[in-house]
Design a binder for this molecule. Structure first.
Ligand code: MRU
Length: 354
């Protein structure tokens, strides 16, 4: 019987010593925690994939800002103001694609500006920023639980759900988006199992999704990415559910590299393709996926597996970390305020404004 002990996965926590992160580079071999004592260390942890997944990165950035302001020796509000800008810029420069990072920084900045305008004292500013970061974390968990519940009706019972990358508790503050839908479906008594794509090159599927679901005793089978078409054609897959790093106003979806391939194969085989994401991932300022910046990651992620070279030295490499799935392949977008259906320009705007 599956257990939903998802809350036991402590992805990120604020402590008096600093921000504690579950080191996702080391999973599944070791469950180690990494302490960031400064905002610069939080920025490094995001860039180096100690913490990853768009919503989790947003929470980390908010906590990084709270940490930066706490560590600042600023004697006056004016010096703090200048330092605050530097802290936000450092965190914003870590990863360009996931919009939750910029959304969380924007929210912290709004609060900071408001406190500055009201000439709040330094200790009150520090305390409020910590409080806000914690709130962002709690709200993310609540959003995931809500969207998970909205997603249940879309998951066919007695079938397999295919997913790519890790859009689980590890990629969020807890519960997960795509994996949240699966958790909710199982909690509601739906008999489903999961087909997890390994997700080359960083192996978030093999290392993280497999670890997280196995821990929850959710029946999971791991396959390599190039097996996706074979299984989508087999009749076994009831639906595909993936997360998102940024959703444009028209419903184009940036997610882990390989998602687009799965979406095309799903459509070809008549399998519904669902995207599960909180509204903090929806970027109404970006009209279509063409304007979403795609992160290029180090070549070593492609030429090596866990530090072992698998390609000749000097070979040219391309390593885009994300791709964009055009909205025509997306059957629905599951959010914490309900399920958006095409045309997305209309449905996403309505959900965001509610
Ligand atoms: O490079 P990563 O591991 O940060 O990429 C993560 C993804 O692409 C996830 O699918 C996405 O952030 C959604 S997580 C709820």
């Amino acid at each position: 019987m599956p257990v939903t002990n998802d809350t036991v996965v402590r992805t990120i926590e604020w402590t008096p010593e600093g921000v504690v992160l579950l080191d996702q580079r080391k999973l599944p071999r070791r469950e180690e925690y990494h302490l960031c004592r400064t905002y610069q260390e939080v920025a490094e942890a995001i860039r180096g994939m100690i913490i990853r997944g768009a919503p989790a990165i947003g929470v980390a950035a908010a906590m990084g800002i709270a940490l930066g302001v706490r560590q600042s020796p600023a004697a006056s509000l004016d010096t703090l103001k200048a330092e605050f800008r530097g802290i936000c810029d450092t965190l914003a420069a870590t990863r360009p694609t996931g919009v939750n990072l910029f959304w969380a920084i924007g929210r912290m900045r709004l609060l900071f500006d408001d406190l500055m305008e009201r000439r709040a004292d330094l200790s009150a500013i520090r305390a409020r920023l910590v409080e806000e970061a914690q709130k962002i974390k709690e709200e993310d968990i609540a959003a995931n639980r809500a969207l998970g519940d909205y997603g249940v009706a879309l998951v066919p019972a007695g079938k397999t759900v295919m997913t790519i990358c890790n859009a689980g508790a590890l990629a969020t503050a807890g519960y997960g988006t795509a994996l949240g839908v699966i958790r909710s479906a199982i909690r509601e008594g739906k008999n489903v199992d999961v087909l997890a794509l390994e997700t080359r090159p960083f192996l978030q599927g093999a290392r993280l999704t497999a670890w997280e679901l196995q821990r929850d005793r959710i029946p999971t089978t791991l396959i390599t990415d190039n097996m996706a078409g074979h299984f989508l054609h087999s009749g076994r897959i009831g639906c595909v559910v993936v997360g998102a790093d940024r959703i444009a106003a028209n419903g184009d979806v940036a997610n882990k590299i390989g998602t687009y391939t799965v979406a095309v194969l799903a459509k070809e085989n008549g399998v519904p393709f669902y995207v599960a994401a909180p509204l903090s991932t929806v970027d109404l300022n970006i009209p279509s996926g063409d304007s979403i910046p795609i992160e290029e990651r180090p070549a070593a992620e492609v030429t090596e597996i866990q530090g072992v070279p698998i390609a000749p030295a000097g070979i040219a490499v391309s390593n885009p970390a994300f791709d964009v799935t055009p909205n025509s392949y997306v059957s629905a977008i599951i959010t914490e305020r309900g399920v958006a259906r095409p045309p997305y320009t209309e449905s996403l705007r309505q959900l965001k404004q509610r």
